[in-house]
Design a protein around this ligand. Structure first.
Ligand SMILES: [Zn+2]
Ligand SMILES: [Zn+2]
Length: 330
């Protein structure tokens, strides 16, 4: 992941265009410096200072990409590169949210093998992680949310939760414990075993369409941005936001991450009942992944969709208030 960030920044250096506003290279160096300072001082800073600095860093990473597009417009980035970035980001985002997460990890709906394969392949084009590792790690997160055994709880450090946890391989015993269903599924196993082919295809397609600038914006920068959004669900959405449900963990609904992640950031709703196919429970909780599942159902391509009715939501709120120790994985 760091390779993508540094690679993208050095490419920006090559193609930079002088204007009176701040060079995005300095913006990037500032963010990397802040990340290093925060990483080194995490245990020494007061909780409030640390939270504030983290917020600046995470929002800074979200802001740097649109800033670079504006700053470099007409010089290695134009309508083709912007379209590639948006389309590839959207498709791979749906792969992670609809395919890896709601379909494969939680079984929030059922679909045809061709649709399942389509979303899993999109997921593999977005993250350098196969569907089995993703599902196993995520399942362990729900079972042990913010307790011993959670692979990425901010209680073990914000940086560990945001990105540090990817340096640890998923333990094999965890695969056997939570991933047996997936290991026995021929389609999931085949896509998992060929994950680097799909990941490479996610780089080759933008390169074939628009050459090096296409690879940069539709490939490297898109992957870095997408991963930052996914990481933010683990870190930001267990640190900043509101908690309409009294879950036993620190999960929160964060509107910004909710919108950027196509609905995954309404994370307290999701921890309240992991099997719900929709994470946005009000009209203003924009849940693109949920809208896609609704569309699939209308087209007859999804069925057995686990829908949260208003009665279900109220019942779950009451149930969680009475039993705060409940671990709602189903
Ligand atoms: Zn969570
Ligand atoms: Zn989940």
């Amino acid at each position: 992941m760091f390779v993508f960030y540094f690679g993208s920044l050095s490419a920006i250096k090559v193609s930079r265009q002088r204007r009176k506003s701040m060079n995005p290279e300095y913006f990037g160096i500032g963010l990397i410096t802040l990340a290093l300072i925060l990483g080194l001082t995490e245990k020494k800073l007061s909780f409030g200072t640390f939270r504030f600095a983290n917020l600046i860093y995470v929002i800074g990473i979200f802001a740097i990409v649109p800033y670079c597009i504006w700053w470099l417009w007409g010089n290695n980035v134009g309508p083709t590169e912007l379209t590639l970035f948006v389309v590839m980001f959207s498709l791979t985002g749906l792969g992670t949210g609809v395919g890896y997460h709601r379909l494969e990890t939680h079984g929030s709906f059922k679909t045809k093998p061709s649709i399942e394969a389509f979303f899993l392949i999109l997921g593999a084009m977005g993250l350098p992680t196969g569907p089995i590792d993703f599902c196993v790690g995520h399942y362990a997160h729900h079972i042990n949310a913010d307790k011993e055994g959670d692979p990425h709880s901010p209680r073990d450090g914000f940086w560990h939760s945001h990105v540090g946890h990817i340096l640890r391989a998923t333990p094999k015993d965890l695969q056997g414990k939570f991933g047996q269903r997936l290991l026995n599924d021929k389609l999931v196993k085949a896509i998992d075993e060929s994950k680097f082919v799909w990941f490479g295809l996610g780089l080759l397609i933008p390169y074939l369409i628009a050459g090096w600038p296409g690879l940069l914006w539709g490939g490297f920068i898109r992957i870095a941005y997408h991963n930052h959004v996914t990481f933010s669900v683990n870190s930001i959405c267990h640190t900043f936001g509101n908690r309409p449900f009294d879950t036993q963990d620190d999960s929160r609904n964060n509107w910004l991450i909710g919108v950027l992640s196509f609905g995954e950031g309404f994370h307290n709703n999701h921890h309240a009942k992991a099997k719900w196919a929709y994470h946005g429970l009000t009209w203003w909780q924009i849940d693109v992944n949920g809208y896609v599942i609704r569309l699939l159902e209308r087209l007859g391509l999804a069925w057995d969709v686990v829908k949260p009715t208003p009665e279900d939501i109220q019942a779950r709120k009451k149930q969680l208030k009475l039993s705060p120790g409940l671990t709602p994985i189903d």
